[in-house]
Ligand binder design. Structure first.
Ligand code: ADP
Ligand code: MG
Length: 614
């Protein structure tokens, strides 16, 4: 039942102008469709939504007598009192959207409830109802919004180009489609079908429909529940990253949100796993007790407030870290089966790491495009022309009916769980060494290559950091002290680095004449390691000696530990095994301190595919 809220409740709601561009209309209408329990939603736009937006759903529809009420300000069926604001379970609750939309455009609404014999058709222009008639129509609601801001030319001026407005809408649609994988979303821009999600509740399938298989296939599942919080979704492995946060979608209790807290949690979970300036791909769905959350702080509800930011940040970070420690997080070598190219000599198989974008030269090409419209815009030349499709309402409605009869109602759908499989170091069996650089190992049906050098660096770095952080330093005495001659500026800035170096487990004393003597070194280091590490450190000090700054310190240590470990050293089996043992104890065994992977893997299945056994 749609009612106008009493003034007291209405005043409690964070008010604001909701409609500033076409995307705000799409957002409000789609949210209404979701609140109406739709299992299929079609979004059509023309000219960036400025001239035409049509949202068609198969939701519950509106009672004929109430159709007009829905357009009144503060008319809503979703809350009745102030108390309801505490436990909002719907996306809408302000009762303002339809009122604001019809004030600035020409709106047509066709709606029918399943139990009604006939539907209603309403025409509203600039808030006045021009027509209210009975009509035959399918169950559900179709709202068409034409000529946005026809009566407020001043605001029309503030709209960006049609392309930019369309992109905003498509971006919003992509995100909401992922947040509701059990709803079939179809987006049509002009005459192009941008994407259609399957609506089967499969998040990965929805991601693939929207962003393409390149991203979708290499994602690692996240799945953690603790103390009333559940985080599900997918993140990219350390092998894949983006130059911006564009591919990060956060959803909290069914609401797509911008969240600095969740961004920070992600950054913390990925620290040292990615090159600086790179961002992981993330589609994260957080379910949490509604009373620990305030959604009523922002007019477009895009921002939310957690009662306890730290609690959320820690939980999200832990959940993502667990996922990053799983087997799936190790970059996988794949035969490019899907894109095999035919050559004269038969099928060519290429080895590729499809989205391993860790190498700095590939950083530029990290941008991804949408499956539909944007791709075709960017690579027009290479693409075969799309067949022009006509999307008429009958077509869409019959599609909706079809999908409805397949029985995908929101409430019934259980999102299939993909659990990350924990990685088991103990099951690794050493099988040899490749090029004196990579250790080959197997575990069950998975084959691994471990970059000896990257692995060493990781072990060295974590040991050094833990020594730095601990109180009881394990050190070893040198028989003959090591001596280092440094440049005069290093001596001059001694008080900025000497404590830091001492904390790392070196005892350093000035000998005179810009020379330092080192009598003790960290116990875990071999003498040559200790020497070349210090040598590098002193070189660094010549440029940036400030070890009192923690961030600088960590950066310098990360850089210097590179030189301490030599590539190409032949390791005995026993040494390789020891390296595994040490790697196992690391917090972050799967990448070196600079973000390169230590492990890559290949499955038996992939190998058999390449040999054409399967
Ligand atoms: P709110 O969503 O905040 O309640 P709106 O102005 O967006 O306010 O919508 C007003 C009312 O119209 C809703 O409470 C709902 O009852 C009804 N309504 C709007 N869109 C739909 C739809 N697509 N299907 C069913 N009911 C709808
Ligand atoms: Mg609404």
């Amino acid at each position: 039942m749609i009612r106008v809220l009493d003034k007291k409740t209405a005043d409690k709601i964070a008010a604001g102008e909701v409609i500033d561009r076409p995307v705000s209309i799409v957002k409000e209408l789609v949210e209404n469709s979701l609140d109406a329990g739709a299992s299929s939603i079609t979004i059509e736009i023309r000219e960036g939504g400025c001239s035409y937006i049509r949202i068609t759903d198969d939701g519950c529809g509106i009672e004929g007598d109430e159709a007009e009420t829905a357009f009144l300000r503060h008319a809503t069926s979703k809350i009745t009192s102030e108390q309801d604001l505490e436990t909002i379970g719907t996306l809408g609750f302000r009762g303002e959207a339809l009122a604001s939309i019809c004030a600035v455009s020409r709106v047509e609404m066709i709606t029918k409830r399943a139990d009604a014999k006939a539907g209603k058709r309403l025409l509203v222009e600039g808030s006045s109802v021009l027509e209210n008639s009975v009509c035959g129509c399918p169950d559900g609601t179709t709202i068409t919004v034409k000529d946005l801001f026809f009566n407020v030319p001043a605001r029309y001026k503030f709209l960006n180009s049609e392309g930019a407005e369309a992109r905003r809408i498509i971006d919003f649609a992509s995100r909401i489609a992922l947040a509701y994988p059990d709803v079939r979303f179809s987006v049509i821009n002009g005459s192009k079908n941008v994407f259609t999600t399957p609506g089967r509740g499969d998040i990965r399938a929805a991601i693939i429909s929207v962003y393409g298989a390149d991203i979708g296939n290499d994602l690692i599942p996240v799945d953690k529940t603790a103390e009333g919080f559940t985080l599900k979704g997918f993140v990219s492995g350390p092998g894949t990253s983006m130059p911006s946060r564009n591919r990060q979608v956060f959803c909290v209790n069914g609401r797509i949100v911008a969240s600095g807290v969740m961004e920070r949690a992600l950054d913390r979970a990925y620290s040292e796993r990615l090159f600086t300036g790179r961002f992981p791909v993330a589609f994260l769905f957080l379910a949490m007790p509604p009373e620990k959350l305030d959604v009523n702080i922002h007019p477009t509800k895009r921002e939310i407030r957690f009662d306890d930011n730290g609690e959320v940040e820690d939980f999200v970070q832990m959940a993502v870290r667990d996922a990053l420690m799983s087997q799936e997080a190790i970059p996988q070598i794949r035969s490019t089966g899907r894109k095999r190219e035919k050559t004269e000599s038969g099928e060519q198989i290429t080895f590729s790491r499809p989205s391993l974008k860790t190498s700095p030269d590939s950083i530029k090409d990290g941008e991804l495009s949408y499956n539909g419209e944007e791709t075709s815009e960017r690579s027009k030349a290479s693409e075969t022309p799309r067949t022009e499709e006509k999307f008429d309402i009958n077509n869409i409605l019959s599609n909706l009916r079809e999908s409805r009869s397949s029985g995908t109602r929101v409430q019934d759908v259980v999102i299939p769980e993909e659990k990350p499989k924990p990685f088991d170091f103990d099951s690794l069996e050493l099988v040899g060494t490749l090029f004196n650089t990579y250790i080959a190992a197997q575990s069950g049906d998975v084959f691994y290559l471990i970059d000896q050098h990257a692995a060493h660096e990781r072990v060295f770095y974590e040991k050094l950091m833990s020594l730095y952080n601990s109180r009881d330093k394990m050190m070893q005495q040198m028989l003959i002290p090591l001596s280092f001659s440094v440049s005069a500026d290093v001596t001059a800035s001694e008080d900025m680095w000497i404590t830091g170096v001492t904390e790392m487990g070196y005892s350093v004393e000035y000998f005179g004449n810009n020379t330092y003597l080192v009598r003790e070194i960290p116990a875990f280091m071999e003498q040559p390691e200790a020497e070349s590490f210090l040598r590098d450190l002193f070189d660094e000090f010549a440029q940036k000696p400030d070890l009192t700054n923690r961030a600088v310190l960590e950066k310098i240590i990360r850089r210097s530990c590179k030189s301490a470990v030599k590539a190409g050293d032949v390791l005995s089996d026993e040494e390789s095994r020891e390296l595994f043992r040490q790697l196992k104890c690391c917090d972050n065994p799967f990448s070196c301190p600079h973000g390169r992977p230590t492990f890559i893997r290949m499955t038996r299945h992939e190998i058999e595919r390449m040999f054409k056994r399967v």
